[in-house]
Design a binder for this molecule. Structure first.
Ligand code: IPD
Ligand code: CA
Ligand code: CA
Ligand code: CA
Length: 260
């Protein structure tokens, strides 16, 4: 069985679960805080994905947001976000997706992000480019932060750190730069990859939020680093993902080293 086939099958099947249940009543619970939600559909989507992976690759390592680790001695690791954008989903806002990345020997090799509400399936394989519904995609060509369209997200806590999410947001907004907040980091990344946004940054993500999306940005010709500009590692919190051309300037603005 090819990894790619299983990845596509699992992502599509889970996307169908999101779509089928969207208009139905489902249970919503909270996790670390009253607004950190998980729905019954997150669990359903996660089960569908894990069952498909386990059927094809019973010995692979799985890391998934709601169940945590299914640890195996394996050089293959599946990193799963069964719904990215749960708050949107719970509120009937159709900006959410399924995101799955596949790491082999510690390197991200494949990623798939599927938003079934817009019928948009993003895919990338290391060294082979990125696609949206099977057509190649590329990042935008804008080269200045001042004319860019950006996107970000905010954590539930951790807002009071010096030079944190609120300060960076204020700096950009005060200069009139459009900074959107969609509520799904995986979609944010894919929309950088296909050129709708010129850059995305966020201070506190988990590996499952970015695993697939960061590879999709890189394979679409973009650049992804941590907040200091060092090579990206999805197991640390901060991210800057851009078209490459605005990367250094955006990094400088985020770190308050460049004034707009
Ligand atoms: C969240 C989304 C959101 C980001 C949060 C994540 P979830 O993931 O990606 O855009 O700002 O930090 O937790 O909980 O909806 O899978
Ligand atoms: Ca997520
Ligand atoms: Ca999630
Ligand atoms: Ca969550």
């Amino acid at each position: 069985m090819l990894i790619k086939q299983t990845l596509l099958k699992a992502t599509k099947a889970a996307g169908a679960v999101l779509k089928e249940n969207f208009d139905k009543a489902f249970i919503i619970s909270n996790k670390s805080s009253i607004n950190d939600l998980v729905t019954e559909v997150d669990h359903k989507s996660e089960k569908v994905i894990i069952d498909i992976i386990k059927a094809d690759f019973p010995d692979h390592f799985i890391l998934s947001e709601e169940v945590g680790e299914i640890a195996k001695e394996s050089s293959y690791k599946w990193i799963i976000d069964p719904i990215d954008g749960t708050i949107n989903y719970a509120n009937g806002i159709p900006i959410c997706c399924v995101s799955i990345g596949v790491e082999i020997e510690g390197k991200m090799q494949m990623g798939a992000v599927y938003n079934p509400f817009m019928n948009e399936f993003f895919f990338a394989q290391k060294g082979m480019g990125a696609t949206l519904n099977d057509k190649p995609i590329q990042v935008s060509i804008k080269d200045k932060v001042s004319t860019s369209c950006l996107v970000t997200g905010f954590p539930y806590t951790y807002l009071d750190m010096p030079n944190g999410p609120l300060q960076v947001f204020e700096r950009l907004i005060r200069k009139g730069i459009p900074v959107r907040r969609l509520g799904s980091a995986a979609i944010d990344l894919c929309w950088v990859a296909c050129g709708r946004f010129d850059g995305f940054y966020e201070h506190k993500l988990q590996a499952w939020d970015s695993a697939a999306g960061y590879l999709i940005v890189e394979e679409a010709g973009g650049k992804v680093t941590d907040l200091s500009g060092a090579p990206y590692n999805p197991y640390q919190p901060g991210i800057i993902a851009t078209n490459g051309k605005i990367h250094n300037e955006l990094k400088g603005v985020i770190n308050n080293e460049i004034k707009l």
